[in-house]
Design a protein around this ligand. Structure first.
Ligand code: ZN
Length: 284
């Protein structure tokens, strides 16, 4: 299944993309796509409910929100593609590099992205994100995929001066409002034959900047779910963003950062595409 959430920011309702790309409104099912939904077999219950119902169509032009209601956490993995580690001048890590992104950074896949107040180095990162379906604590690698609800396209926006030049942890450069556009949809694992062979790409103003494959992940999805679960409990609905391949703005020669009016398009095989326009921060 392909899960969407649609409507005004903060008031999204659940939907699905069904055969032929039609978008349907499953509000009558009575549950948003949140921790309670994923943690109680919601995907399977929704499939059974759908077999007996004919939900209304979502009108064209309705905004998409992130396909997961605000999760307890967004865990990100740094330097998880060799070519990206190289372009940033860092060594390939011996163990996964983890950092957090604030959940208030979540945005819809096609929402405007706000260049934060004082920013000079706002950057892009196309990433495969994993959504947790079952509580995961000290999970073995072999059992890890049973804890996955699905996969989703993510742009891990990053302010490089906040991240790298202001001391402390990366979280400062990763958590600004709108810095986590998620979607267009969450694909359940049956929709993705091989999560470790997906092409991912990103363009800025029509020019290709990133073009990679998830076959080049340093640490694969089951390894990451298992590894993270050794340090914290992953709850249903939590998001793990698995890292970005080469071609970020920081790695360009000279570096290229985003400015007001830039348009970023990105996509992953089987997970659709998204388009974000950058606009400068203002306090209105
Ligand atoms: Zn990233």
């Amino acid at each position: 299944m392909k899960l969407i959430r649609f409507g005004e920011p903060g008031r999204e309702r659940p939907g699905l993309i069904v055969d032929g790309g039609r978008r349907i409104d499953v509000s009558r099912f009575g549950a948003d796509y949140d921790e309670a939904f994923f943690g109680s077999g919601g995907v399977e219950r929704l499939a059974r409910w759908l077999a007996k119902e004919s939900p209304p169509i979502v009108p064209d032009g309705v905004r998409l929100g992130p396909p997961v209601a605000r999760p307890s956490k967004i865990v990100c993995v740094g330097l998880n593609y060799r070519d990206h580690a190289r372009e940033t001048g860092q060594a390939i890590p011996a163990e996964p590099v983890l950092f957090f992104k604030a959940t208030t950074a979540l945005a819809g896949p096609n929402d405007d992205v706000v260049i934060p107040k004082g920013s000079t180095k706002t950057d892009w990162e196309v990433e495969l994100a994993v959504v947790i379906g079952r509580r995961a604590s000290y999970v073995e690698r072999d059992a890890a995929l049973a804890h996955v609800a699905g996969y989703v396209l993510h742009n891990d926006y990053s302010e490089r001066s906040f991240q790298l030049e202001r001391g402390g942890q990366w979280v400062k450069g990763k958590s600004c409002d709108t810095f986590a556009p998620l979607g267009p949809f969450l694909a359940t694992p049956d929709e993705i034959p091989d999560v470790h062979n997906l092409r991912l790409w990103l363009k800025v103003n029509g020019e290709t900047k990133q073009s990679g494959s998830t076959k080049d992940l340093v640490f694969d999805v089951p390894t990451l779910v298992s590894y993270i679960s050794q340090f914290m409990t992953l709850l249903p609905g939590d998001v793990i963003s698995t890292g970005t391949p080469a071609g970020v703005g920081l790695g360009q020669k000279p570096p290229r950062f985003l400015v007001d009016g830039d348009v970023v398009e990105l996509g992953i095989d089987g997970l659709g595409s998204a388009c974000q326009r950058l606009r400068r921060w203002n306090d209105q």
